[in-house]
Design a protein around this ligand. Structure first.
Ligand SMILES: [Cu+2]
Length: 96
């Protein structure tokens, strides 16, 4: 009885972690915008889903609508994930 309950609780914890992993948002500040190549240089905080500490680096973006939505100095929240060998920003929102 206790074991069954424990297994059920463990399953819930794992499924919640999996879901959160898909939508982990990272904080950042836009440093440079490369419209021609769909790339953003971002000073980012820890990227929990990629195990990366904060730093300034270049990211590709999945959609140039993201490029058009930002300007230098914007504070943003974004979701980035591996796409093959590349890190690609899938979603991004500008913070007020
Ligand atoms: Cu980085």
């Amino acid at each position: 009885m206790f074991i069954k309950h424990l297994i059920a609780v463990t399953a819930i914890i794992f499924s919640t972690a999996g879901f959160a992993g898909d939508v982990v948002m990272t904080t950042g500040e836009i440093k440079r915008i490369d419209t021609a190549h769909n790339k953003l240089t971002i000073k980012h905080g820890d990227i929990a889903n990629l195990d990366m500490p904060g730093m300034t680096m270049v990211f590709e973006v999945a959609d140039n609508a993201i490029i058009n939505a930002v300007k230098k100095g914007d504070k943003v929240l974004f979701h980035v994930e591996m796409d093959g060998q590349r890190m690609v920003i899938k979603t991004l929102t500008v913070q007020p």
